[in-house]
Unconditional design. Sequence first.
Length: 367
Amino acid sequence: MQEFRSRQSALTAKQRKEWRGNMEGIILEERKRLGALLDTHTQAEVMEKIPQFWRAETDNFLSPPERVPPHLGVLMFNMERGVHLEEIREFLQDCPAIRPFDLILANELDDGCARSGNRNTARELAEALGLNYAWGLEFIELVNDENAKGFHGNAVFSRWPIRRAGVIRLPEQYNWYFDRQKRIGGRLAVFAQLEVGGAPLGVVSIHLENRTDGLGRQAQMRTILEAVRRELPDMPLILGGDLNTNTFDGRDKEDIGAIAASPDLRRRCLEGVFDYEPLLPMAAADGYHIVPREPRMTRRKPLPGGDFLPLRLDWILLKGVRAEKSYMVSTAREDFTFARPGGALARFEGAELSDHNAIWALCRIEQ
């Protein structure tokens, strides 16, 4: 852990650099060469050779609103790689349950992956919605030679100007190179300092590790809280993301099977999260208000035989900001009663837009 913190401190200058516009890709042969190094080197050693891991891609497309509204709408949404990008765009434009939204904290958005049409999904979504954005590289995917870039990461979208942005790399809890998905990289958070009516607002989009236990996720969250104190001091804060608070070790298939088979253990995945995931009481002790409080499912984890395990993974954390209301928003097709006739959502034939539901909160910045 000390080695990681020393490395993180040494790279502070890199973290503060931003990549304006479309982040430069890495040719296939070079991606393969870098990936092969992981047979004998650590992820941290290989990532040091790749500047894209240490910068946030940013762009400000939108001028500031003329007035500051009394409330800010905040949406947290794991978009499952942006595979259904047109449908996601319509969902964001038309779903009445997420009105208004001024800020989106998003996970799992591809850039140059064949599975999502080799598109820069974050940039395209920002342009389509007229939002400013910052995006950070989590993984370089190695398994598909048809990937133009193979980049995959997390993003902040904002109606307000992004004055500064960067990435917070998290201590490794699982080496994804030796997974069937075969990746360079590791979990991260993307931070941005917004200017809202002339005042700063700090926001962070977080993606914690699923293939670890509660203590591993707590270590990653501790790194984020320390970085936020350093990078976004003396301002209101809105953090959110897929924290993967599943209450078990995602590497333990037997444990997952036992939980899936037991009604009592399944219940803990919704109602007992604060007892099994120490990162949540740790954040609360640091002054964050955590929403939503209601034990609602935000992730449908598929199980053999067609069943799924309901999980509560997605959260918004507030400091110096009050949530006047918050709730889960379904992304299941059966709930798209608002879909415009003939539109992408109306034509959508999948069971769900994402394997995560979204979280929305109506927030007021405290004076």
